[in-house]
Design a protein around this ligand. Structure first.
Ligand code: HEC
Length: 315
């Protein structure tokens, strides 16, 4: 064990670097939750994120078409008025005929969608420029295609493996029981693999959406546990005055002046941060987003309990 490094062996500069990295990853994780919310919410026609949105995203839905799922969900914000959404949905329900398309639907698409969904945009999205192209999206929604899942799988594996590796490299410097450390190192990788595997399973069998949500959640929890514990162990034992002083190599007199400068700076930026946060909350959007996130967690737990037959309620 002679060569095992611990956080106490790490220099202050290196701790700053490590902490900024870990904080960026934690922030990135929060944004990725937001991304999941905005991409999947509302696919089932009801606002907010639920397990049925996940099922539709991966497995598809016999009653939903790709066009309806898109304008109920991630594309809703591009429509200038909600009435236009009803016009498009009515058109799909009434058999998606060309005569109605030309008069009622095409002008809406022209105005709100073609900026991105046309070959001219260069965005490689399904084009909505002609009747034939749009009508293809009004067939039953068969969920995520294998090529799109393969594309996202390779991005996730290459990207997330790096994140888990570097966060794990720092986490091994923590001082906790060795069995707990070994277990915690493995969990994020296992749950990342299970999550990706569950996409393909959900595509075939909708019930695997629960496995998908559970393994994704477990990855988030274990990753953030590693981040929080590393930050805690990296800084808290070193917070003692002596070690801070020797780290900065200053005399007590200088220390006092420096400390008061730092303290004033901290208080001022704290005040800025609080007023910024208040402004954000006053914007209501963020408040609603947090409410929905909370509701999602309860919904997931509830539907897992309710949908399992009594004799199979394992959790
Ligand atoms: C700002 C650019 C932009 C605008 C405007 C836009 N979209 Fe999209 N659309 C996208 C992107 C990007 C995706 C891919 C999103 C994804 O895969 O999650 C997408 C995906 C879709 C899909 C899903 C395609 C599939 O493979 O199932 C449909 C359908 C769609 N949009 C319809 C529309 C409609 C209808 C409008 C107009 C109301 C619209 N979009 C406006 C960028 C845009």
């Amino acid at each position: 064990m002679a060569n095992c490094q611990r956080f106490s062996d790490v220099s202050v500069s290196e701790r700053i670097l490590n902490s900024l990295f870990l904080l960026s990853i934690a922030l990135g994780y929060l944004f990725s939750l937001g991304q999941v919310f905005f991409v999947h919410q509302g696919r089932d026609g009801e606002s907010g994120l639920s397990i049925s949105d996940i099922v539709i995203a991966y497995h598809g839905s016999p009653e939903q078409t790709r066009l309806a799922a898109a304008i109920n969900g991630p594309m809703a914000g591009n429509l200038r008025s909600p009435a236009d959404k009803e016009i498009i949905l009515d058109w799909i329900d009434s058999g998606a005929r060309q005569a109605i398309f030309d008069v009622q639907v095409a002008p809406i698409l022209q105005r709100d969608c073609l900026g991105c969904h046309s070959p001219a945009s260069g965005m490689n999205l399904p084009p909505l420029t002609s009747y034939e192209q749009v009508v293809k999206l009004t067939e039953a929604d068969r969920g995520a295609s294998i090529p799109s899942l393969v594309r996202v799988s390779h991005i996730h594996l290459f990207g997330i493996a790096f994140i888990l590796f570097f966060v794990g490299k720092l986490f091994v410097l923590c001082e906790i029981p060795v069995w707990l450390k070994r277990l915690t190192i493995g969990i994020p990788f296992m749950s990342m693999l299970t999550d990706i595997f569950a996409w393909y399973l959900t595509r075939k069998t909708p019930e695997f959406a629960y496995l998908l949500v559970l393994s994704g959640g477990l990855m988030g929890l274990s990753l953030n546990f590693q981040i929080l514990l590393s930050l805690y162990q990296m800084w808290l034992p070193a917070m003692k005055m002596e070690s801070l002083q020797s780290a900065l190599r200053v005399t007590t007199g200088q220390m006092k002046t420096n400390a008061s400068i730092v303290a004033v700076g901290l208080i001022k930026s704290g005040q800025r941060l609080i007023s910024w946060w208040q402004a954000l909350l006053a914007g209501k959007g963020m408040q609603r987003f947090i409410e929905k996130l909370k509701k999602l967690l309860f919904d997931v737990a509830d539907s897992i309990k309710n949908r399992l037959p009594n004799d199979r309620r394992l959790f």
